[in-house]
Write a protein of this length. Structure first.
Lengths: 571, 445
């Protein structure tokens, strides 16, 4: 139970998860048995907005306007993507999806315009031309429905379904007197089908393990694809599912290696870290322009991009040790960010390395972390400490008690100039002290950076003390904090939890303990290389073997999702 | 000065400009006494909600007088122009029973769903707007319109069920397109011709419903419930397609202005939030006048409101916990400053309905708007005596202009009253101590 449960920090301090420690004692590389664990739960997930965008872009082209048809997901077990396993689709959301589908369909059949310099998408997205544009053409419609339907539904369409769609295209073409308009109706319909919008783990008896279930080949292909590419499978992957290649260890390894080598992997890794880091909050991040005039919309957008570029470069391109992104001084720079970092740069994105004596060390000192976890007009050691623990170490900081007066934080005593002094006064209240001991010692180490992420050495004329501690490791400044993070056993075990949860499409339970333990060991043996971790998960037998959900997972997923009547009304 | 035309006035509203001129009205659409459409159909009565965060300072928010003759204390003095259209409810309570006091959540969930949540991931099963929409949304294009002034799609207080939050429309530009874009049918257009594309859409839908049933039969019980919800949504979509194939009832007040040029920039500065609130309100009011919906929600802020102002380093929520109480004033002055801005926007919201002519009265006469917050005194996360408002007369079924003292009785009484006004046969509403069978009879006409 212990390794699967999220650590909830007690008032006395932090518990440390043991999984990372076991990694340190791991046997030699190659000895890990990630197939020892028994399988995963079958789920039905709603596509995330990014998955929908990526899927539409890969099938129809990345210049299509897709809109924003989805309701936001609830962060579950640390990930928005895990919330997709329980979210319902409301009537209002279906209306938005219908409008989005209509807009996409119109773009797919667009014949383009020379005057407006827009392409004729129909010429390259529809694999045939009708004999007469003003009438139905069953042969051409069939070709289109089969080819596009296979990609959108992520499996070949049954003949009966193809016939239904062709009949729909025929009726539409007849009513609207236009072959392409008839196809647009079919595309709209496909994009509203729950078999397209929901990623359902469909199962079948496992012939190699009588009495057990496994994902069917197409569901396995989808699981692989949404995990590694954050999008639906491509044609080759569907062919691999058709051929049975995915059900042999050698074949699956070959498929996974192709996927890991694909340019689409970048989108998959970006989506994962964007989720894990909570970057959806960038959508509404704004700073007080009177305090931080340099924090424009471009700066905020680039701050998110900088971190994602850094992650892709170090973890995917260069296959660096995951822990090193918390101590590395290498990153990328844009003109908008250079203003805040106060460094010279060139136009566009360029690689940049902070000097060896710079306090900019690792992701925690990037603007994305510093500005996202701060107030509009000042820093917040508490927000930063909380984010560090919850987002990066998978620990849970208790919420503040309801009935407590925080106003000491704004003690009018002019001697309290720095955040450290104010928080120390706040911690004089024992009710407050418990939580703040958990968040503040590492958050205060980042006080050399203001609410926008600019470097400073003083606050209101008083020198800033950046010393602190993280779960027993003392440090004097942010460089020490970065090293403490690097060495923290929960850093890597947290990544393993999040990646595995992301891969299997939902929150974890005690049934996943063996998997997490095995993966922690194997991750350590790999030198904490992210692609190795992804490969281990994706290529394992357990990735397609299906088990019943553990009891506490059912409980954790909350109340029954669709009460037919409002529970509180009695009639 | 040139003559002020209806169209010109409404263009101004869509741009967020306050309008003080009554609209010219086309009496041809109405019966003799202006209470019904020319074909005898009654003007519809609509239900809406409005939300603000972080409650009040009781000392300067709660009037000393009760009943019809009450004076506006300084924190709500901006309501003076709409006082005759609103009711203020004070000393009504939400009860936690054994549930914890979840900061900025327990209060609003009790007000909107009649239940005290047990933890931060325990969401309401169904909020009151959805309950009422099921009863009255009927022939409109959108069963519910949910909007926010924060610019954040997540700021919604409307839930179909625990796993299904209603999406908040957050961008005036996108909201305009949704309401008045390609699929909008002008109810006052001289000619009606059914859009053949809608017929095509409808014809494809039956296959999607079959597909939904098929998938529902291949998944576990919990996921099947989600597929059932999906199927219900498709049915609703089908009904809306049917509705689009019918000639809409004329709506005299429906005159759509131009699309906004730009969205306000992202951010929660009170001026940006206020601008967004005005733009979304004006579009929402026009959507209602055009009978595109009969149920609507507006969130001025999230519950732990993060509204800010330039030059002051604490957003509203942070200030509520960190600003010292001014011992002379007896409250936190900056916190009160933020609450006053909330009340100004509440006044704008009500006034937008009050200015829109409908029949021989105004839109405000045919709505009931239920306004709630998440705390009473936010500094200590108190949910005792959370203030509430209503606005509008619900087609003559609700009195307005009153200050009601609940004497500590459940605040859910107001929700129950609203449900009964809209014909929901509920004997009680709420769970445990929030369960009530007693309406607030003083406001029922």
């Amino acid at each position: 139970m212990a390794s699967a449960a999220v650590a909830v920090l007690g008032l006395a301090g932090c518990s440390q998860q043991g999984a990372g420690s076991s990694a340190a004692k791991a046997p030699a590389a190659g000895a890990a048995q990630v197939s020892d664990y028994s399988g995963t739960v079958a789920r039905v997930r709603r596509m995330t907005p990014e998955q929908y965008h990526n899927t539409v872009a890969y099938i129809f082209g990345n210049d299509l306007e897709v809109g924003a048809p989805f309701a936001p997901l609830r962060r579950t077990d640390g990930l928005l993507a895990s919330g997709a396993a329980s979210v319902g689709i409301t009537t209002g959301e279906l209306q938005q999806l219908q409008r989005s589908a209509s807009a996409i369909a119109a773009q797919v059949i667009d014949k383009g315009s020379i005057e407006q310099n827009t392409p004729s998408r129909r010429d390259f997205l529809i694999p045939c031309k009708p004999a007469d544009e003003t009438a139905a053409d069953d042969a051409c419609a069939t070709l289109f429905v089969k080819s596009m339907g296979r990609l959108l539904y992520r499996r070949p369409l049954p003949e009966a379904r193809v016939a239904e769609f062709v009949a729909g295209a025929r009726k539409g073409a007849s009513d609207l007197k236009n072959f392409y308009s008839g196809l647009a109706g079919v595309i709209e319909g496909m994009l509203l089908d729950p078999k397209v919008l929901l990623i359902a783990d469909l199962t079948e008896p496992d012939p190699t393990h009588p009495g057990k279930q496994r994902l069917d080949a197409y569901s396995l292909a989808s699981r692989l694809s949404f995990f590694l590419w954050d999008a639906a499978p491509d044609d080759q992957l569907i062919k691999d599912a058709e051929s049975g290649l995915l059900f042999t260890a050698k074949g699956r390894a070959k498929v996974v290696d192709r996927m890991l080598a694909s340019p689409r992997l970048e989108a998959g890794v970006r989506a994962f870290f964007d989720d894990m880091f909570g970057f959806e909050d960038f959508g509404n991040l704004a700073k007080d322009a009177s305090v931080y005039p340099m924090m424009t919309g471009a700066t905020i957008k680039d701050a998110r991009e900088q971190t994602l570029r850094t992650v892709i470069d170090q973890l995917v391109t260069r296959k660096m040790d995951y822990r090193d992104i918390y101590t590395s001084r290498q990153t990328f720079m844009s003109p908008a960010l250079a203003t805040v970092y106060q460094v010279p740069t060139k136009p566009g994105w360029v690689p940049y390395e902070f000097p060896a004596d710079s306090p900019r060390v690792g992701l925690l000192t990037q603007i994305s972390f510093l500005a996202l976890h701060a107030h509009p007009a000042r820093s917040s050691p508490t927000y930063r400490g909380k984010a560090l623990r919850e987002r990066l170490l998978c620990q849970k900081v208790p919420p503040p008690p309801a009935n407590v007066d925080f106003s000491i934080l704004e003690n009018p005593n002019p001697l309290l100039k720095t955040a450290r002094q104010r928080l120390e006064a706040h911690r004089a209240n024992p009710v407050c002290a418990g939580c703040h001991k958990i968040t503040d010692p590492m958050g205060l180490a980042l006080e050399n950076f203001d609410g926008a992420g600019r470097f400073r050495t003083a606050e209101k004329g008083a020198d800033i003390d950046t010393s602190g501690a993280l779960d027993g490791k003392d440090f004097k400044d942010v460089v020490g904090l970065g090293q403490a993070m690097h060495d923290h056993p929960s850093l890597t075990s947290c990544l393993v939890r999040r990646v595995y949860s992301y891969a299997v499409g939902g929150p974890l339970s005690s049934a996943d303990d063996p998997a997490i333990t095995a993966l922690n060991t194997a991750f350590g043996q790999s030198g904490y290389k992210l692609p190795s971790l992804m490969r281990m998960i994706a290529a394992s037998d357990a990735f397609y073997e299906i088990v019943e959900p553990a009891a506490e997972t059912k409980a954790a997923q909350g109340s029954s999702p669709v009460p037919s009547e409002p529970a509180a009304v009695t009639k | 000065m040139n003559e002020i035309t209806r169209r010109r006035v409404l263009r101004g509203m869509v741009d967020g400009t306050a309008v003080t001129v009554a609209l010219p009205f086309l009496n041809i659409f109405l019966n003799g006494n202006g209470t019904a459409l020319a074909d005898g159909a009654k003007l519809p009565v609509r239900f809406g909600t409005w939300a603000w965060g972080l409650g009040m300072n009781e000392k300067i928010f709660v009037p000393k007088q009760k009943g019809a003759n009450w004076e506006l204390p300084e924190e709500i003095e901006s309501l003076k122009n709409v006082k005759q259209h609103i009711n203020l409810f004070t000393r009504f309570n939400g009860f936690r029973d054994a549930a914890p006091n979840l900061c900025h959540k327990t209060g609003w969930v009790i007000s909107r769903a009649g239940m005290a949540p047990m933890n931060q991931t325990d969401y309401p099963g169904e909020t009151i707007d959805i309950t009422i929409a099921k009863k009255i949304a009927g022939p409109t294009r959108f069963s519910v319109l949910t909007t926010t002034a924060t610019g954040n799609v997540r700021d919604s207080f409307s839930y179909e069920n625990a796993n299904s939050m209603s999406i908040a429309d957050y961008s005036p530009l996108l909201f305009y397109t949704k309401l008045f874009g390609e699929d909008f049918q002008d109810p006052n257009a001289p000619e009606f011709k059914a859009n053949p594309r809608v017929m095509v859409r409808k014809s494809v839908l039956s296959g999607i419903m079959d597909s939904t049933k098929d998938l529902g039969g291949r998944v576990g019980a919990e996921d099947k419930a989600r597929l059932d919800q999906y199927f219900t949504g498709l049915r609703e979509l089908e009904r809306q397609f049917d509705q689009q194939l019918q000639k809409p009832e004329p709506r005299a007040a429906c005159v759509v202005g131009k699309a906004p040029k730009d969205d306000p920039q992202a951010g929660l500065d009170y001026q940006l939030v206020g601008k967004r609130h005005q733009m979304m309100t004006d579009l929402l009011v026009m959507a209602i006048a055009c009978d595109q919906t009969r149920v609507f929600n507006m969130a001025y802020s999230q519950s732990a409101a993060a509204t800010s102002k330039a030059g002051y380093d604490k957003p509203h929520h942070t200030a509520s916990h960190e600003e010292p109480v001014d011992f002379d004033l007896g409250y936190q002055p900056q916190v009160s400053w933020f609450i006053r801005r909330s009340m100004e926007n509440w006044a704008y919201f009500v006034e937008a309905f009050a200015k829109m002519k409908e029949g021989d009265g105004h839109l405000i006469d045919n709505v009931l708007i239920y306004a709630t917050t998440d705390q009473s005194l936010a500094r200590i996360h108190s949910i005792d005596n959370q203030p509430m408002f209503t606005a509008g007369r619900a087609g003559g079924r609700i009195k307005a202009g009153l200050h009601l003292d609940g004497g500590g009785s459940p605040g859910t009484r107001l929700g129950l009253t609203a449900m009964k006004v809209f014909g929901i046969e509920a004997n009680s509403w709420g769970t445990q101590s929030n369960a009530t069978q007693k309406e607030i009879g003083e406001i029922v006409a």
